[in-house]
Design a protein around this ligand. Structure first.
Ligand SMILES: NC(=O)c1ccc[n+]([C@@H]2O[C@H](COP(=O)([O-])OP(=O)(O)OC[C@H]3O[C@@H](n4cnc5c(N)ncnc54)[C@H](O)[C@@H]3O)[C@@H](O)[C@H]2O)c1
Length: 353
């Protein structure tokens, strides 16, 4: 049986990841492409004329349509909450992009609503479907690393503030900067690999330094520049973050930068165990360092498209009713961690969880 869906938000992630995935699936019917800016929805219909049936600007049209089984919420962070709540109340299953929304309290409300309505609500923490992450999770479960005592992650880049002055750098719309935008991917996948770690306490500092004066920010190219607004927009979010997390399993340290004056991209996670260690080059292969033989081994598995796998599993979950790894209930802990890190930075003190 085909699942009928509506895609709400036809921006970068829709265009680059979810439309390419959904249009390859034979058991999916894309009844609506929706965007506040009609041209963006129309661009998707032009690209996939066989699959995309209608374009709309008001998502409530899709919610009122009894044929629609599920919606994909691919809008800026602040809009996740309202659209998802409306969709659940209209009886639709929801696949909502990461982060869940701008804070933990609203995220919990979304989880509660999904439970109340008996609908699936998944979150787009796509790295849980990255093959390297799956293998590392399995290796840790099988004890290949021994005692995994610490995880270090770095998500630092030279110039990657997205759409300066637009939704990404306005805390009211995004919930935060590099920590919520990139950190969620790194921290969520670490919690996934650790498997049910209990958070104990965190300490964190955040900085908004590199584009304090938006007009004098120097860069070579800007991701999401079409949404930038340095004249009238806002930049009140973290472009650098450093933090430390204690759990009942491994401790975690993190450093992240959307922009910094070191021209090196350092996007990796080190899993340190007493028997072996793993460096995961983010989004790529990983290297296993064997503590006994002192040999190292670069993984050489296929890396299938994680967005396709994530969407496919969401659709399967709708059919079976079973919660999968990206169900909101499995992601709330990552959101709680982000909230605590931001609270620690704001108060300049350690936060107990
Ligand atoms: N999983 C990932 O790897 C990944 C990568 C990039 C972005 N994201 C997430 O995806 C979301 C969107 O990011 P993006 O880069 O595509 O942003 P974007 O600005 O390119 O696209 C968002 C689109 O949503 C539309 N929109 C806003 N409010 C709407 C509404 N009420 N109804 C219909 N359309 C509406 C906007 O007009 C815009 O076209 C963000 O939450 C972001 O964190 C996830």
């Amino acid at each position: 049986m085909k699942t009928t869906v509506a895609v709400i938000g036809c921006g970068r992630i829709a265009k680059g990841s979810h439309f390419p995935a959904l249009t390859k699936m034979e058991d999916v019917r894309i009844k609506y492409a929706c965007d506040l800016i009609l041209e963006k929805a129309e661009a998707m219909k032009e690209k996939y004329p066989e699959q995309v049936e209608q374009t709309i600007t008001d998502y409530k049209i899709a919610l009122a349509d009894p044929e629609v089984d599920a919606v994909f919420v691919l809008t800026p962070n602040f809009a996740h909450y309202t659209i998802t709540m409306d969709a659940l109340r209209a009886g639709k299953h929801v696949m909502c992009e990461k982060p869940i929304t701008v804070n933990y309290a609203l995220s919990c409300e979304m989880a509660e609503e999904a439970k109340k309505q008996g609908k699936i609500l998944n979150i787009g923490v796509c790295n849980r479907y990255h093959k390297s992450v799956e293998i590392i999770e399995e290796m840790n479960r099988e004890g290949k690393l021994g005692n995994l005592y610490h995880v270090y992650c770095s998500f630092r880049s030279f110039r990657s503030i997205p759409g300066l002055g637009g939704a990404f750098t306005d805390k009211a719309q995004s919930g935060g900067g590099v920590l919520i935008d990139w950190g969620i991917h790194f921290l969520d996948l670490i919690l996934y690999v650790l498997g049910g770690a209990t958070l104990k306490n965190v300490t964190c500092d955040t900085y908004c330094e590199m584009a304090k004066d938006m007009k004098s920010y120097r860069y070579k190219n800007m991701w999401a520049e079409d949404t930038a607004d340095v004249e009238n927009g806002v930049n009140d979010v973290d472009d650098f973050v450093t933090g430390y997390v204690r759990t009942d399993k491994a401790s975690i340290s993190l450093n992240g930068a959307w922009a910094q004056n070191i021209d090196k991209n350092e996007m990796f996670i080190d899993f340190l165990g007493d028997k072996g260690g793993i460096r995961l080059d983010y989004g790529k292969q990983f290297t296993f360092y064997d503590g006994e033989t002192l040999e190292s081994d670069v993984s050489d598995h296929e890396i299938p498209n994680m967005y396709y796998r994530e969407d496919e599993d969401f659709l399967r979950s709708i059919q079976t009713g079973e919660k999968n790894r990206n169900h909101i209930d499995n992601i709330l802990e990552s959101m709680k961690l982000l909230d605590a890190l931001y609270a620690s930075a704001a108060r300049h003190e350690e936060i107990a969880l």
